[in-house]
Design a protein around this ligand. Structure first.
Ligand code: GAR
Length: 208
């Protein structure tokens, strides 16, 4: 049984997609060991509570520096026995040292087709604003392993979504979630649980 540690910051719709796909049997041999939020008011915590999942907040502002924050975060993940760390709308950039500790077992969902519209300062709704400003016709979402850079780790799975003429950042965000994020994040987790993800020479492959 693969034990997930899910890190969240906000609404938690990606967390909900994981919960639902475990419930429906699309993700098997997997359980959520813990949900950890970077904010006390993250709605994702409610979703975890409602589903009887262990959850807590570890808030960066409560610590004197980044290393003590990350020590507390790692402590909570390790205590819960988390084997795969899933950044599901987690808005904190983790240090190289933290990422190294979980190398090959920490993944992130990003709401664009990396390497477009990603990197420092490009997250959440801002991604979709930039997509519309640039006028691209295709966007999407990416699940990738996390390395010491921002959105630079090996890409595991991507799915494209059409940009419509009438899209607003909000409507595009919603469609990217519905058509791409809530599909590919559960698919990657299920593949990981069944050893179908291969990481070789800094490239990731998902076996069918
Ligand atoms: C999602 O669109 C996720 O891809 C994005 O934030 C949203 C969180 O929504 N993450 C990033 O931008 C990370 N760079 P959720 O809390 O409802 O899952």
């Amino acid at each position: 049984m693969l034990r997930l540690g899910v890190l969240v910051s906000g609404g938690g719709t990606n967390l909900q997609a994981i919960i639902d796909r475990i419930g429906s049997g699309d993700i098997t041999d997997t359980e959520i060991a813990v949900v950890i939020a970077s904010r006390e008011d993250a709605y994702a915590l409610k979703r975890a509570e409602e589903n009887g999942i262990r959850c807590l907040s570890v808030v960066p502002g409560r610590f004197t520096d980044k290393s003590s924050y990350e020590e507390a975060l790692a402590g909570a993940l390790d205590e819960a026995g988390a084997e795969l760390i899933v950044l599901a709308g987690f808005m904190i950039v983790l240090s190289g040292g933290f990422v190294k500790k979980y190398e090959g077992r920490i993944i992130n969902i990003h709401p664009s087709l990396i390497p477009s519209f990603c990197g420092n300062g490009c997250y959440g709704l801002k991604v979709h604003e930039k997509v519309l400003d640039r006028g691209v016709k295709i966007t999407g979402a990416t699940v990738h392993f996390v390395d010491s850079g921002t959105d630079t780790g090996p890409i595991i799975m991507q799915k494209a979504v059409k940009v419509l003429k009438e899209d607003t950042p909000e409507s595009l965000q919603r469609r990217v979630m519905e058509e791409a994020e809530w599909e590919i994040l559960p698919a990657v987790i299920n593949a990981f649980a069944h050893n179908r993800i291969i990481l070789e020479d800094n490239r990731a492959y998902m076996e069918e």
